[in-house]
Design a protein around this ligand. Structure first.
Ligand code: LLP
Length: 426
C-alpha cells in the first residue's frame, strides 16, 4: 500500500502545526475534549471556499450564460450548513419531504429547490407544489400523471423537467453509479420525448427543462461530455417539436480526493460544461453534494483498546459503521490519522475497527498508524459528505455530535443524540 500524503496537506481548512492537527485555528484535540467523541467537525472556510470556487469557475467559463448551483442536501443536511450555503447564494436539490422540511426550518424558500427522486409520494408532491418548488425532476410517466392531477387539484401549475437516463458509465463503486440504462433512475429518451410532447399544452404542467445525473464520485470528465452532448441534442430536438426548455440540469457527481484520487479541477469541469452547452440558450443547473462538503469534514474518534491476535494488530475505536457507513457499504478508503503525532513513533499497519457486532465494522484492515494508546484521538478524513447524513442507531448507538469551526471559534451545530432521543416513539 502506498502511504498517502498527510490529509491535512490536501484538505483545505485543516493543517498540521508542530505535530498537532488544526481545523482552521482550533486544535482537533481541543474539540474532542469539549464535544466528546465520536464527533463530526466541519471547517466553515472549507465549505465557503468550495462553493465560491465552483461558482467562480462556472462564471468564468460560462460568461453571460446563466447558471445556478443546487447543493444536494442529502450529502450533508445539517440546518446550519444549509443556512451557510443559502447565505452564499446556493440553491438546493432535494429528494424528500423531509429535506423540504429541513429547508423550511432553515428559513430557505422552496422556490430555491429542485425536487429529484424516483419515488415522490402524493403528499410530498402536494407539499412541494404548495411550497412552490422551482422544478420537479420527473422520473416516470406515472409520476407525471400524479403531478398533473395534484397540480389540477391544488390549482397550482407544476414547473417540471424530465430526468433522462443518460446511459453513460461513471462512478467509483457500482452502488453509487446511477446513469446506466439498467438503473432505476430517470426515463429513457424516447419515452421522455413522448412525455414532453403529450404534455406540451397541458394546463397544469409547465415544462421548464431537462435533467440527468451521471453518477457520483466521478473522476473523469468524459461522462459529463457524453451526457451533455446527448442532452443538447434532446433540447434542440424538443425545440423543433414545439417544446422550448429554459433549464438544463446536469446533476452532481464531481469526485473528490480522499486518498490518491485526482479529480478534475473546478475550472476543467466548468469548461467542459460550458463547451458542451454553448449556444443552447439554457440556464445551466448543477447539483453537487460531495464536492462542496466532503473535504470540509472529519470524524473524530477515540482509541478504546489496542490488541493483537494471531499477529494482527487491532485498534478499537469509539466510532463505528453506524456513525460513518462508507467503508462498510462501499469499501471506501478514508485516511485515519492521529490528531497529535508523537515524535519518533514508527508506523505500523493496523486494523481500525469499531464496537459494532459485525465483521464489516472496520474502517481499515491494514492502515499505517503510529503508536497509539487508549484515549488517543484519531481523525477520519473526507467525512463531510455522506457521513452524518447516513448515520444510524444500529446497535443502539446514539448518533454523533456535529461541530462547526469558524476561525478561532467553534460551536455545536447538532447535539449528540441522547438515549432518550433514540428511544422516543417506541
Ligand atoms: N443529484 C442527484 C439526482 C443525485 O442522485 C445525487 C447523488 C446528487 C445530485 C449529488 O451527487 P454528488 O455530487 O454528491 O456525488 N452515499 C453515496 C453517494 C450517493 C449519491 C446519490 N446521489 C456515497 O457515500 O458515496
Amino acid at each position: 500500500m502506498t502511504r498517502a500524503l498527510d490529509p491535512a496537506a490536501y484538505n483545505p481548512g485543516f493543517s498540521r502545526r508542530n505535530g498537532r492537527t488544526f481545523c482552521e485555528d482550533i486544535p482537533l484535540s481541543a474539540i474532542a475534549q469539549r464535544a466528546g467523541t465520536p464527533a463530526y467537525v466541519y471547517s466553515q472556510s472549507a465549505i465557503e471556499g468550495a462553493y465560491l470556487g465552483l461558482d467562480r469557475a462556472l462564471t468564468r467559463a460560462l460568461g453571460k450564460a446563466p447558471h445556478s448551483i443546487c447543493y444536494a442536501v442529502k450529502a450533508n443536511s445539517n440546518l446550519n450548513l444549509l443556512r451557510l450555503l443559502a447565505r452564499l447564494g446556493s440553491n438546493f436539490d432535494i429528494v424528500s419531504g423531509g429535506e423540504l422540511e429541513r429547508l423550511r426550518r432553515a428559513g430557505i424558500s422552496a422556490r430555491r429547490a429542485v425536487f429529484s427522486g424516483v419515488g415522490k409520494t402524493r403528499e410530498e408532491i402536494s407539499e412541494a407544489l404548495c411550497g412552490g418548488v422551482l422544478i420537479f425532476n420527473v422520473e416516470s410517466p406515472a409520476e407525471l400523471e400524479l403531478l398533473e392531477r395534484e397540480a389540477a387539484r391544488l390549482r397550482k401549475r407544476a414547473a417540471a423537467s424530465i430526468r433522462v437516463n443518460p446511459d453513460v458509465e461513471a462512478g467509483a463503486h457500482p452502488h453509487i453509479a446511477t446513469g446506466r440504462r439498467h438503473h432505476k433512475f430517470g426515463v429513457d429518451w424516447l419515452q421522455a420525448r413522448r412525455m414532453y410532447v403529450s404534455h406540451r399544452n397541458s394546463k397544469w404542467i409547465a415544462w421548464q427543462g431537462i435533467s440527468a445525473h451521471v453518477g457520483s464520485q466521478v473522476l473523469s470528465l468524459t461522462p459529463y461530455r457524453q451526457a451533455l452532448a446527448r442532452l443538447a441534442d434532446y433540447v434542440r430536438d424538443l425545440a423543433r417539436a414545439g417544446v422550448s426548455l429554459r433549464y438544463l440540469d446536469i446533476g452532481g457527481g464531481l469526485g473528490v480526493r480522499y486518498t490518491t484520487e485526482h479529480p478534475p479541477t473546478y475550472s476543467a469541469y466548468a469548461r467542459t460544461l460550458a463547451t458542451q452547452t454553448r449556444g443552447l440558450g439554457c440556464h445551466l443547473l448543477i447539483e453537487p453534494g460531495r464536492s462542496i462538503v466532503a473535504a470540509a469534514g472529519v470524524l473524530l474518534m477515540r482509541v478504546l483498546y489496542t490488541k493483537e491476535t494471531r499477529g494482527k494488530r487491532f485498534v478499537v475505536v469509539d466510532a463505528a459503521m453506524n456513525d460513518f457507513m462508507r467503508p462498510a457499504l462501499y469499501s471506501a478508503v478514508h485516511p485515519i490519522t492521529q490528531v497529535e503525532k508523537h515524535a519518533g513513533g514508527k508506523m505500523k499497519k493496523v486494523a481500525i475497527v469499531g464496537p459494532v457486532c459485525e465483521t464489516g465494522d472496520e474502517f481499515h484492515d491494514a492502515w499505517p498508524l503510529g503508536d497509539v494508546k487508549a484515549g488517543d484521538v484519531l481523525a477520519l478524513w473526507g467525512a463531510g459528505a455522506y457521513g452524518a447524513s447516513m448515520a444510524s442507531n444500529y446497535n443502539s448507538r446514539p448518533r454523533p455530535a456535529e461541530v462547526l469551526v469558524e476561525g478561532k471559534r467553534f460551536r455545536g451545530i447538532r447535539k449528540r443524540e441522547t438515549r432518550a432521543d433514540m428511544i422516543r416513539g417506541e
